[in-house]
Design a protein around this ligand. Structure first.
Ligand SMILES: Nc1nc2c(ncn2[C@@H]2O[C@H](COP(=O)(O)OP(=O)(O)OP(=O)(O)O)[C@@H](O)[C@H]2O)c(=O)[nH]1
Length: 312
């Protein structure tokens, strides 16, 4: 029977980063990653594939709502054709964990696969603010998790961690909470997270009411650009994205061609990181947020800064 592990968490929380560590710790098993991207083009799959893992990308919507059928068909095909020991599922940051559990638990999949662990990654820098603005997603992702793993804890102080943990405890009394800096965790620790010991009683999964309204206003812009960026140009663009002129940008990511070195950028709730890209910059990027001004965002990445640009 194929084990299914679901790694959820809000936009930019650190799901892909954690999954890369989990995959490395399970190299001795046949694992398939099903990655769901909200945007029209997949961004993260290539980097995981380059590390030698099998990845299937489902993009252009959430597997818990608009892509439910595609998701069910993908799991069925993966089990029948690839016969993996384990499937790891990475929903989008706005995926509803309860809905995804329901699909994996469907009668048609009984005896073929079973839910093994339910991990939700919590961004310790942004958690309390995101809970305030998008509490509905969090309630579903947090209350239904068996393990809550805090990310980026090296960037916050002990009091901030304590506050996040007490808020998480109010929502989920039972989950095992991990607050260690990931750099200090061993291969064995990452193995333990998926051993299934801490599973919940699946009959207790909580469903929110009016789920379909939860995603209102959250949208994305996917872009492909041949343009070469310098680090400075890219930084100026990411700083501009904080301006409400573009909408409320929650997440951005991409692998861009660089003037000297190809660049990878990650933007989460106003903070950003620009790094030398581990893969060849393919010019693909995705911006996710609320009430986005898509045309302005497209122009921002298309035009060289410094040129005078008139808005229509
Ligand atoms: N140093 C450090 N960086 C982290 C940690 N978790 C996430 N990051 C960084 O946070 C950014 C977003 O991480 P991802 O793993 O792409 O987040 P995600 O949840 O997969 O994001 P989406 O695909 O948008 O849902 C990247 O720049 C990561 O390097 C952590 O624990 N420590």
């Amino acid at each position: 029977m194929t084990k299914v592990d679901i790694i959820s968490g809000f936009l930019g929380a650190g799901k892909t980063t954690l999954i890369r560590k989990l995959l490395k710790a399970h190299e001795d098993e046949k694992v398939v990653l099903i990655e769901n991207e909200f945007g029209e083009i997949g961004i993260d799959g290539e980097i995981v594939e380059r590390e030698g893992f099998q990845v299937l990308e489902l993009s252009t919507g959430c597997i818990c709502c608009s892509m439910k059928i595609d998701f069910f068909n993908t799991i069925t095909t993966v089990i029948e054709q690839l016969k993996p020991e384990r499937i790891i599922i990475e929903p989008t940051g706005i995926g509803l964990l309860s809905e995804i559990i329901d699909i994996v638990n469907k009668q048609e999949l009984k005896g073929k696969c079973s839910v093994n662990s339910l991990i939700t990654v919590i961004d310790s820098i942004n958690y309390l603010e995101q809970l305030d603005g998008f509490g509905d997603f969090f309630e579903d992702q947090i209350t239904n998790a068996s393990i809550l793993i805090l990310s980026k804890t090296q960037f916050v102080n002990d009091d901030e961690i304590k506050n996040s943990i007490s808020s998480l405890r109010e929502l989920n009394k039972k989950a095992f909470i991990v607050k260690d800096n990931w750099d200090n965790l061993s291969h064995q620790d990452f193995k333990e997270f998926l051993n299934g010991d801490l599973m919940l009683d699946l009959d207790e999964i909580l469903h929110l009411e009016n789920q379909h309204n939860l995603k209102k206003g959250i949208d994305n812009v996917s872009l492909e650009s041949e343009r070469e960026f310098t680090e400075e140009e890219l930084e100026k663009i990411l700083i501009k994205l904080k301006n409400s002129l573009y909408g409320k940008v929650l997440r951005g990511k991409g692998f861009l061609k660089g003037a000297e070195q190809d660049l990878e950028f990650n933007y989460v709730n106003g903070q950003y990181v620009i790094e030398d890209s581990e893969i060849e910059g393919n010019g693909r990027m995705c911006i996710i947020g609320k009430d986005l001004d898509k045309s302005r965002i497209k122009l921002l990445f298309k035009n060289r800064l410094g040129k005078v640009k008139r808005w229509k």
